[in-house]
Design a protein around this ligand. Structure first.
Ligand code: NAP
Ligand code: G4F
Length: 337
């Protein structure tokens, strides 16, 4: 029988790749979207609006992680076999500006989903998008499943609540519920205010003459950056195991923001010193200095291993954004006649 999957955060970077992945596996996919005054389905339109697919394998339903009644209704009506909770206010810096809202969506949103499952009396497998931000002020290097958490932002505190409530429902009610502790993963679909995409958008726009400066915050922060489409497979693999568990998913290689900048500018033959300036507005009240993960448990138990390494990731993103920048230039020239 065809399996059904419900995805929160389907309009985001990961949700869009996960939808493609699950459809390829033959799933009927349902995605929860929020009402917005402008279109927010740009990353999934190519799947959702496939004219050759009369019975779409991706169906969208309105709901919100802040709204329990919408989640209860969705569970009662859809009875999904698998649920992937990717929805979140996912920006660390923004969480300092809207801490309560972040706690509500990113933390309490998870309990609303788990309770909706209980009230509907269904037994889906559940994936929670946990984060390497949980390690924050890292207590050991590299970080693995047993490393103590030390969250450093309202976002990370909200994710810590979600992590523990998922584990609690597994132990208390026998939920098949897994935490994927994913380290940073990027792609051409990454939101433009995260540092990787901010850099690749800027360097390519500088290359075609659409902008001159790139303003950044802390260039010394170190991250373990991987390629998002590969990390999606790990989410699915967790739910195919005989027993639920939590897994670190990471590349195991760590680079500074400055190295990302150097690599991206170097690919286009540009000198970053002429274009990059530090703007204190992008410095965080509490920074996470170094994240680097050890995903040997995932390799052992899931057979998952990353392939795309740092330089290739930067190249993939720069090439995609260069195409975008060229299109922007054509549009600009067209408009100017
Ligand atoms: P993203 O691009 O920011 O997408 C976030 C998604 O959540 C969007 O679809 C957004 O919908 C949705 N959302 C926001 N508020 C919501 C609400 N109140 N109700 C329902 N949906 C809501 O994030 P991502 O990079 O794909 O990450 C996916 C998940 O993994 C997130 O939970 C993130 O915190 C976590 N994570 C990400 C990384 C990473 O490196 N990417 C690493 C570890 C963990 P709109 O389009 O309507 O805004
Ligand atoms: O790209 P970032 O905003 O990602 P961050 O804070 O690591 O969070 C992302 O990864 C987490 C996994 O560890 C996810 F849970 C979370 O949802 C999100 O996807 O910032 C990366 C680093 C930070 O140290 C930041 O201070 O880059 C530094 N940075 C320097 N200049 C900047 C900038 N970050 C942003 N966003 N913008 C800057 O101008």
């Amino acid at each position: 029988m065809q399996k059904t999957a419900l995805v929160t955060g389907i309009t985001g970077q990961d949700g869009s790749y996960l939808a493609e992945f699950l459809i390829d596996k033959g799933y009927q996919v349902y995605g929860i979207i929020r009402r917005s005054s402008s279109f927010n389905t740009g990353r999934i339109n190519h799947i959702y609006q496939d004219p050759h697919e009369p019975d779409p394998r991706l169906k969208l339903v309105y709901g919100d992680l802040n709204d329990a009644s919408s989640l209860n209704k969705i569970m009662r009506e859809l009875h999904p076999d698998e649920i992937y909770n990717l929805g979140a206010q996912s920006h660390v810096m923004v969480s300092f500006d809207v801490p309560e809202y972040t706690g509500d969506v990113t933390g309490l949103g998870t309990i609303r989903l788990l309770e909706a499952i209980r009230e509907a009396g269904i037994k889906p497998k559940f994936y929670q998008a946990s984060s390497s931000e949980l390690y924050g002020l890292a207590q050991e290097i590299p970080q693995k499943e047993t490393t103590p958490f030390y969250p450093r932002s309202p976002y990370a505190c909200a994710k810590a609540y979600a992590f523990y409530i998922v584990r609690n429902y597994r132990e208390a009610y026998g939920f098949f519920a897994c935490n994927g502790i994913l380290f940073n993963h990027e792609s051409p679909r990454r939101g433009e205010t995260f540092v990787s995409r901010k850099i690749t958008r800027a360097v390519t726009r500088i290359k075609v003459g659409l902008q001159d400066k790139l303003y950044l915050g802390n260039l010394e922060a170190r991250r373990d950056w991987g390629y998002a489409p590969e990390y999606i497979e790990a989410m699915w693999l967790m739910l195919q195991q005989p027993r639920p568990a939590d897994f670190v998913i990471a590349n195991g290689e760590c680079h500074t923001v400055k190295e990302f900048v150097e690599e991206a500018f170097g690919l286009l033959g540009l000198d970053w010193h002429k274009h990059v300036e530090i703007d204190p507005r992008y410095l965080r009240p509490a920074e996470v200095d170094t994240l680097v993960g050890d995903s040997s448990k995932a390799e052992r138990e899931l057979g998952w291993r990353p392939k795309v390494q740092f330089k290739e990731l930067v190249r993939i993103m720069v090439e995609a954004d260069l195409e975008l920048a060229k299109k922007e230039t054509h549009m600009k020239n067209y408009r100017q006649g």
